[in-house]
Design a protein around this ligand. Structure first.
Ligand SMILES: *Cc1c(COP(=O)(O)O)cnc(C)c1O
Ligand SMILES: [Zn+2]
Length: 465
């Protein structure tokens, strides 16, 4: 038993099961029914601030001590809202020091009223993606559990983040954690692979796609006792809740109308719904924003299930036969996820049921965008001074589509989550502006060749002004 069993426990999300487990048990699904697990809290046994503004006031009080360091973390600043570990155990690597950006110029381009569009720029995390929020929490748990080897399957960013955090986490014996990452052979964006190698992770390229990597990682973790760091790890989602807390912080604790997020394994989507459900339960907010999850058209399982097959959470009574039927058909037809947005190139999202729950909690919608739309969305984010990788472009492309469909009004206050940094996938950017995809690129900005000659340059850029 760990130190805080009274406050925090794990619970099966299956409504008819709802079995509870100690947080010290290493589980990635319910041993009784196979459903996903939540980390849950008995809020009556722990002190939660009466107002969200306390969390904001912790920022920037850095005095160099351990608590100041935790206050500088965008995850642990909100520690009372994820109370599963004592202060001494919290692992931090500077995660979550991200900003809500006011995107007025981009808003104009997309048809959103001035002052109503915001970008939550999670690419500004130390490893360049939102994954660091979840890793801070999951590594905290790995250390508390006495684990020495951690593993994940990854389209790239999870491995980069895991590899980085392994270097910032001491095991109980004082050694650093050993990181083992499984990535799809030939599929991973260069920036992400470079990070895993540079941080010293054992990097295994599996001949297959993400879904194949995931199966291998689960089997290896199970049989060799590695601690699994994918988003089936419920502690990761606890860390990712804080992205929403920081959105509220950036809006002076006002609740926006819409949160728009790309959907891959649906960990973020799941964490966001949980964050808002808990804040409402605690009386810290009185309204919940709507959620729009954006799939790539080439990896649109959630979109198909919800919009074409009518699958809903139904208060926990999900029609799993319809989901199984859909997967069976995918198998029979040999359908594989395929999109330029490699971070969301996932056919069987592991957090599907939790994401359906978020859609219910947040009165959400699901939309899909094709690769050309994704890359145009990404280019707009760059053009207006932010920059992101392709998957993040899906949230902006999805916004454009939902405005066209009049689902989102120009006066709505909208927050798009930019999940990863532009430098993660330079090939995608170069291909868009000057390579294979340039033909379909609405915002292409190709380089111009010129002789090493002053007159030629002057002719090109139009002389003195
Ligand atoms: C992991 C990742 C996603 C997908 O997030 P999920 O929580 O798995 O839906 C999207 N964008 C980027 C940049 C990512 O790294
Ligand atoms: Zn169960």
């Amino acid at each position: 038993m760990l130190a805080m069993p009274d406050i925090a426990f794990q619970q099966c999300i299956g409504t008819d099961c709802a079995a509870r487990f100690d947080i010290g048990q290493i589980l990635f699904s319910c041993p009784e029914c196979g459903s996903l697990l939540d980390v849950r809290y008995d809020w009556s046994r722990t002190e939660v601030p009466k107002s969200l503004s306390l969390f904001g006031s912790r920022r920037g009080t850095s005095s160099g001590n351990a608590e100041a360091r935790l206050n500088a973390s965008g995850v642990w600043r909100f520690r009372e809202l994820l109370p599963f570990c004592p202060l001494d155990d919290m692992v931090t690597a500077g995660e979550g020091q991200t900003q809500l950006q006011h995107a007025d110029a981009l808003a104009g381009e997309l048809g959103v009223d001035a002052g109503r569009l915001f970008l939550q720029y999670e690419g500004f995390n130390p490893s360049g993606s939102f994954k660091d929020n979840g890793m801070a929490a999951a590594f905290t748990m790995a250390r508390r559990l006495g684990c020495t080897r951690v593993a994940c399957a990854s389209t790239g960013n999870t491995s980069a983040s895991l590899a980085m955090f392994a270097r910032h986490t001491k095991t109980k014996s004082g050694a650093s954690m050993e990181a083992i990452v499984f990535v799809g052979g030939g599929k991973i964006a260069l920036g992400k692979l470079a990070q895993a190698l540079d941080y010293g992770a054992t990097t295994i390229q599996i001949a297959g796609d993400f879904d194949a990597c995931m199966r291998i990682a689960e089997q290896t973790a199970d049989q060799l006792g590695l601690y699994l760091m994918n988003s089936v790890n419920p502690f990761r989602l606890e860390g990712q809740k804080t992205i929403m807390y920081r959105v509220l912080e950036g809006l002076n604790w006002e609740v926006p109308d819409w949160i728009i997020v790309p959907g891959g394994n649906l960990g973020n989507s799941s964490a966001f719904g949980k964050a808002f459900a808990e804040l409402r339960e605690l009386g810290l907010i009185d309204r919940i924003p709507r959620l729009a999850i954006i799939n790539a058209a080439g990896a649109n399982t959630l979109c198909q299930l919800v919009n074409e097959h009518g699958v809903r959470y139904n208060g926990g009574r999900v029609d799993t036969n319809r989901i199984e039927g859909y997967y069976k058909k995918m198998n029979a037809e040999g359908t594989r996820a395929k999109t330029v947005a490699s971070a969301i190139e996932i056919g069987r999202p592991v957090n599907l049921i939790k994401a359906l729950r978020s859609l219910e909690v947040m009165d959400g919608v699901v939309e899909q965008v094709n690769d050309a739309e994704i890359l145009d969305g990404k280019a707009l984010v760059g053009k207006y001074g932010y920059g992101c990788e392709p998957a993040s472009g899906a949230s902006v492309a999805g916004l454009r589509k939902l405005i066209d469909e009049k689902m989102i009004a120009p006066s709505d206050r909208v927050v798009c989550i930019l999940t990863g940094h532009a430098l993660k996938d330079p090939n995608a950017t170069i291909d868009y502006h000057s390579g294979a995809r340039q033909k379909h690129a609405r915002f292409a900005n190709p380089p111009t060749s010129c002789a090493a000659d002053f007159d030629a340059v002057a002719r090109l850029i139009g002389g003195a002004r």
